[in-house]
Design a protein around this ligand. Structure first.
Ligand code: NAD
Length: 490
C-alpha cells in the first residue's frame, strides 16, 4: 500500500450507492435516503437508500425464491466453491479500493482496516469455500435392521444484521458459512458503514453468484433491521452489535416465527497483568494496542486493565508514556495509529461516559476538531473499582480503566465481576497460573502473554451477556444447517 494511492482514492467521488436485491441495484421504493457523513472531516460523502419494511420483504422474497429454485442450494458443491473462491480473489484485487471506501465511511485507521477488512473477509470466504466439500453427513450406529442417516441441509433464508466496526470482516463471518452450506441470504449493514459492504456484495455477483442468493438492504436499524427480525420467512438471524438491540431481536423472533437468533454482542474485557510477567514492556505495548486500535471500537478491546498492586504505579507510567506517543488523526495516513470515532453521535456517547470522572491519567477530551472530524484522545482512567459505571458498562471507545488487584483470587473475582464475557488477557510467566486463569475466567476467549490474535480456524463467541453461538471456525457452520435424520428400514 502506498500513500500516493490512498490519496488518489480518497479524493474520488463516491458512486451513488444502491441496495442489491435479486442481483439488481435498487433504491428504496419511497425514494428515502440517509446521509452518509465521513468521520474523517464531517463532510457529506453520499446518501444510502433508507429501506422500508416493504423493501426488506422484496429482498426476503428474492432470497426465498432463489433458495427454492435450487440454483445455489442444490447446485454441485464444487461450483459453489469455485464461485466463492472467485469472489475472494475479486475482493483481494479490489482490496485497497474497498479498504479506503470503508475508512471514509467509518474512520478506522487504514493500517488496520486494510488487513482486518478486505484481506480478512477474502480469507474468511476462502476458508468456508474450502469447507464445502469436506463437511459430511453421518450414519448413526443404530440397530443393524435400520439405517439412520444424518443429512446436513441448508436451513433456507438467513438474515444478518451487522455493526459499523469491521463491516466487511463481520459480514463475511456470517455470509461465508451460510452460503457455503447452500443458504440464501439478506444482509443489513449498519447505516454508519454500508458503502464497502455494498461494493463487496456487487463483487460476489461479478464472480458469478446467482441472482437472489445474496441480497443487501440498507437503512435505519429500527426499520429495516427490525423487518428482518420480524419476518415470518427468515429462518435464522445472525447479529453482531449491542446487547440492547440483541434483546429486541430475541423478542422479535418470539413474536414472529421463532427463527434461530445468534448474537455476538459487546464486551468489557479484562486485561490482567501479574507482577511475574516476564516482559512488562511487551505487556504494556499489548495493553495499549489492545484497547486503542480502531479507537477502542473493537468488540474484544481490553478495556479494563487489572494490574497487580506491587507493579501498579510503574506499569501505569509505562502505558501513559506509550499512549501519549500514539499518533491519532487522519485514518488515511499510513503513519496514523488511531483513526476517527465512527460518528459524531458516538463521539458524544463516549464523552458522556466520561462525564464526572476525575481520575483521568491521560486524554479524556476531543481533539482535532478543526478538521471537522470526530477524534478523541486515547484516555486512561485510574483508581477504578468493580462498582464504577465506567468499569461495568461498555464504552466502545478509546477509554481504558485501571484497577489494582492483590492476588490471583482477587484478579479472577474482579475479572468475572461483569455481565459480559467476550475476551480477556493474562500476563504471567507462571504456567500453572496461566492455566488456572484460563479455566477460571468466564469469557469466550482468554489470551495469555498476547492479546487480540485472530484466525479463521478459531471460534469467536461470548459467554454471559456477550452473546450465544460462534462466528469463525467450523463451529460457525452449525448455525446455518439442519441435521435431518432419515430412518430407513433395511
Ligand atoms: P448496534 O446494536 O447499535 O447496531 C448494530 C446493527 O443493528 C446495525 O446494523 C443497526 O442498524 C441495527 N439495528 C439498530 N437498531 C435495530 C433494531 N431496533 N432492530 C434491528 N436492527 C437494529 O451496534 P453498533 O453500535 O453498530 O456496534 C457496536 C456494538 O457491536 C458494540 O456493542 C460492540 O461490542 C458490538 N460488537 C460485537 C462484536 C462481537 O463479535 N461480539 C463485534 C463487533 C461489534
Amino acid at each position: 500500500m502506498r500513500q500516493e494511492d490512498l490519496d488518489v482514492l480518497r479524493a474520488m467521488p463516491v458512486a451513488t450507492p444502491t441496495m442489491i436485491i435479486n442481483g439488481k441495484p435498487l433504491m428504496a421504493k419511497t425514494g428515502a435516503t440517509l446521509n452518509v457523513v465521513s468521520p474523517i472531516d464531517g463532510t457529506l460523502l453520499t446518501k444510502i437508500p433508507d429501506a422500508s419494511e416493504a423493501d426488506v420483504n422484496v429482498a426476503i422474497t428474492s432470497a426465498r425464491r432463489s433458495f427454492d429454485s435450487g440454483a445455489w442450494s442444490r447446485t454441485q458443491p464444487i461450483l459453489r466453491k469455485k464461485i466463492m473462491l472467485a469472489w475472494a480473489d475479486l475482493i483481494d484485487k479490489h482490496a485497497i479500493e474497498l479498504a479506503v471506501l470503508g475508512v471514509r465511511d467509518n474512520g478506522t485507521e487504514i493500517s488496520m482496516a486494510y488487513k482486518a477488512e478486505p484481506m480478512s473477509a477474502a480469507n474468511t470466504i476462502r476458508y468456508y469455500a474450502e469447507s464445502i466439500d469436506k463437511i459430511y453427513g453421518e450414519v448413526a450406529p443404530t440397530d443393524p435392521s435400520t439405517l439412520a442417516m444424518i443429512l446436513k441441509e441448508p436451513i433456507g433464508v438467513v438474515g444478518a444484521i451487522v455493526p459499523w466496526n469491521f463491516p466487511l470482516m463481520i459480514s463475511a463471518w456470517k455470509i461465508a458459512p451460510a452460503l457455503a452450506m447452500g443458504n440464501s441470504f439478506v444482509l443489513k449493514p449498519s447505516e454508519v458503514a454500508s458503502l464497502s459492504v455494498l461494493r463487496m456484495v456487487a463483487l460476489a455477483h461479478e464472480a458469478g453468484l446467482p441472482d437472489g442468493v445474496l441480497n443487501v438492504v440498507t437503512g435505519a436499524g429500527p426499520v429495516s433491521g427490525r423487518a428482518l427480525a420480524m419476518s415470518m420467512d427468515v429462518d435464522a438471524l445472525a447479529f453482531t452489535g449491542s446487547g440492547l438491540v440483541g434483546r429486541t431481536l430475541l423478542e422479535a423472533a418470539a413474536n414472529s416465527n421463532l427463527k434461530r437468533v445468534f448474537l455476538e454482542l459487546g464486551g468489557k474485557s479484562p486485561h490482567i497483568v501479574f507482577d511475574d510477567a516476564h516482559d512488562l514492556d511487551s505487556a504494556a505495548q499489548a495493553v495499549v494496542m489492545g484497547i486503542f486500535r480502531n479507537s477502542g471500537q473493537v468488540c474484544i478491546a481490553g478495556s479494563r486493565l487489572l494490574v497487580q498492586h506491587t507493579i501498579h504505579d510503574a506499569f501505569v507510567e509505562k502505558i501513559v508514556n506509550l499512549t501519549e506517543k500514539m499518533k491519532v488523526g487522519d485514518p488515511l495516513d499510513l503513519q496514523t495509529q488511531i483513526g476517527a470515532i465512527s460518528s459524531e453521535a458516538h463521539l458524544r456517547r463516549i464523552q458522556n461516559a466520561l462525564h464526572g470522572v476525575d481520575s483521568i491519567a491521560s486524554g479524556g477530551f476531543q481533539i482535532l476538531s478543526e478538521t471537522g472530524g470526530y477524534y478523541m484522545a486515547p484516555t486512561i482512567v485510574t483508581d477504578m473499582g468493580v462498582d464504577d459505571r465506567l468499569v461495568r458498562e461498555e464504552v466502545f471507545g478509546p477509554v481504558l480503566t485501571v484497577s489494582r488487584f492483590k492476588d490471583e483470587l482477587d484478579a479472577v473475582t474482579q475479572a468475572n465481576a461483569s455481565e459480559l464475557g467476550l475476551a480477556a488477557g493474562v500476563w504471567t510467566s507462571d504456567l500453572g497460573r496461566a492455566h488456572r486463569m484460563v479455566a477460571k475466567i468466564n469469557s469466550g476467549v482468554v489470551h495469555v502473554n498476547t492479546y487480540g490474535g485472530a484466525d479463521n480456524t478459531v471460534p469467536l463467541g461470548g459467554y454471559k451477556q456477550s452473546g450465544n453461538g460462534y462466528d469463525k471456525s467450523l463451529h460457525a457452520i452449525e448455525k446455518f444447517i439442519n441435521n435431518k435424520t432419515a430412518w430407513i428400514k433395511l
